[in-house]
Ligand binder design. Structure first.
Ligand code: HEM
Length: 238
């Protein structure tokens, strides 16, 4: 009974919830995206699908940050790595950075998805232009540090003790890189949608949207596959 509500169990519970939420909500994003790009549906329906997709997308976007925050703490607490005495400090730092990062992401959602007829104040829009750059830089830094730490642990004397965790971190770094890939293609896809909404649907505009969306989907499907593999590795702990 002691182990039922101990901090590690609570963290692990939340970590698993986040993994499920990621894949589950991503299926919703995919489905809403397919309808948003379907020329047979009315513009109103497609716009509503876009709004729904934008909200559902906050699931995976938040989950990736929360999984990392919880994962670092569990790694230290569970003795899977970061055993040099600095583990608790690292976990605290990850939690603080994670909460700030999450707030920025939800603020971005608020700025990017105003209700019909609403516009967001200029200072918020400007803040998000800066945040987008910080977010992208953070992702590149995080990917490099995670991949570096994991590979160092696999081939030498790095801070991750468990092999399954080191392999998982390499895959996690690739997942974050795919997220960067999506962010690179997203503005063009959004432009293609805005063009259809503003100027009407033509076969050329629809073809342009399909072309841009299919580029993003390569990254999306790679992420699903890797998340599933990561779950397998986490459960199997080879
Ligand atoms: C795509 C992202 C991730 C997914 C889908 C994921 C999934 C999971 C799942 C399903 C478990 C439960 C395994 C079990 O109970 O047998 C788990 C455990 C764990 N994960 Fe993750 N994880 C992710 C990212 C991370 C990251 C980034 C870290 C570390 C920085 C991490 C560290 C851990 C640790 C230490 C455990 C605990 C193992 C245990 O005590 O059984 N995870 N993960």
């Amino acid at each position: 009974m002691d182990l039922m509500f101990d901090p590690y169990t609570v963290l692990k519970f939340l970590h698993i919830i986040m993994a499920g939420l990621w894949l589950g909500m991503d299926m919703g994003v995919y489905n809403a995206g397919a309808r948003l790009s379907n020329p047979k549906l009315s513009i109103e329906t497609r716009a509503a699908m876009g709004k729904l997709g934008g909200f559902l997308d906050m699931g995976p976007r938040s989950a990736v940050v929360i999984l990392l925050m919880l994962g670092i703490t569990m790694t230290a607490l569970g003795g899977w790595g970061f055993t040099g005495g600095y583990g608790p400090d690292l976990a605290l730092a990850a939690a603080v950075v994670g909460v700030v990062w999450l707030s920025g992401l939800w603020h971005q959602f608020w700025v990017d998805h105003p209700n019909l007829g609403e516009t967001r104040p200029d200072k918020h829009v400007k803040f998000q232009q800066h945040f987008r750059r910080i977010d992208l830089t953070m992702r590149i830094i995080v990917t490099a540090i995670l991949a570096g730490t994991a590979i160092w642990s696999l081939v030498g004397d790095g801070p991750i003790i468990a092999t399954w965790l080191a392999v998982k971190l390499v895959l996690f770094a690739i997942i974050v890189s795919c997220g960067i890939g999506i962010r690179i293609y997203l503005p063009d896809t959004r432009k293609a949608i805005a063009d259809i909404f503003a100027n009407g649907s033509t076969p050329e505009r629809e073809a342009e949207l399909t072309r841009r969306r299919s580029k993003m989907l390569i990254f999306v499907k790679t992420i699903w596959t890797l998340v599933a593999v990561v779950i397998w590795i986490s459960v199997a702990k080879f």
